[in-house]
Design a protein around this ligand. Structure first.
Ligand code: HEM
Length: 255
């Protein structure tokens, strides 16, 4: 005989909560675990736009167009100035790709992580060469035209940021290639966390340096770059990169 007992109503704790999750090693700064993770068998290039990464790519495009269109339309083109912004912007674009390609990797997929780390190093090397060439051009411009150094906030920020970048490249290079400098592989591995903290700090400084360029006398009075376009581009870049930071990789969760 069928039971006549009515089924009990579901208790609140039995109702599945779709948004509830336990913290995991891959917990990003914003969003749910796995939002910006490289899945097994997923191609590495997808890391470049995964999750919020697409915002960074849109921001880079906006930044590049906002500065290069008015710059290259200006007549006459000052030959020792024009290459500086273009080379620095390309350097920034490669540096962002270097961050985006590595961010979604986890230690649970060591092969993918090691491949992405190699690409990170190569992209950073090319980015560094672009920054170096762009800086050499602007310094030559100052020397040839007998212009004063440290003429703007941009100049101060530029020199500070580039100096920190050199330290950061050496830091990453020695941890990766010559770990004995840091007392062996195990000790060196523990330093990656600090490489990440410094890296994100330098990124903020790089974005500030790029933004401040729009307020230099020459760009403001001669070129007329859209400040809204540049600031929006920089905000989008940051909004793409920072929410994807894995808290475990910064030592803020078990990793
Ligand atoms: C990450 C990107 C950049 C870095 C690291 C950087 C770095 C520098 C440095 C080191 C100087 C010369 C400092 C001196 O000797 O006094 C400089 C000058 C200059 N930069 Fe940049 N720059 C960047 C991006 C840009 C961009 C995107 C523009 C254009 C929109 C730009 C426009 C200028 C101008 C016009 C000067 C000469 C004026 C001045 O020194 O006040 N820079 N930059």
């Amino acid at each position: 005989m069928a039971s006549t007992t009515p089924s009990l109503p579901q208790l609140p704790e039995e109702i599945p909560r779709p948004n509830h999750h336990e913290p995991t090693e891959s917990e990003p700064l914003l969003g749910r675990p796995g939002d910006a993770l490289q899945r097994p068998n997923s191609p590495m290039y997808r890391n470049l736009y995964l999750g919020t990464g697409i915002l960074s790519q849109a921001g880079l495009l906006l930044l590049l167009l906002s500065i290069s269109i008015p710059l290259l339309s200006h007549r006459p083109l000052p030959p020792l100035l024009v290459p500086h912004p273009l080379l620095q912007l390309l350097g920034l674009a490669l540096l962002i790709q270097a961050i985006l390609i590595l961010q979604p990797t986890t230690k649970s997929n060591p092969t993918a992580k090691s491949r992405a780390a190699k690409s990170h190093g190569i992209l950073q090397l090319f980015s560094f060469l672009l920054f170096l060439s762009g800086t050499a051009i602007i310094e030559t411009n100052k020397h040839v035209n007998k212009l004063a150094h440290f003429h703007s906030v941009h100049a101060y920020l530029g020199v500070i940021t580039l100096s920190l970048l050199v330290v950061q490249y050496l830091f990453g290079f020695t941890i990766y290639v010559t770990p004995n400098v840091w007392g062996g592989e195990d000790k060196a591995r523990q330093l990656w966390k600090w490489h990440r903290y410094v890296g994100y700090g330098v990124l903020v400084l790089l974005l500030a340096t790029t933004g401040s360029a729009v307020w230099t006398e020459y760009i403001e009075t001669q070129i007329g770059v859209s400040k809204i376009g540049v600031v929006l581009g920089l905000v989008l870049i940051a909004a793409g990169v920072f929410p994807r930071v894995q808290l475990g990789k910064l030592g803020l969760r078990e990793y």
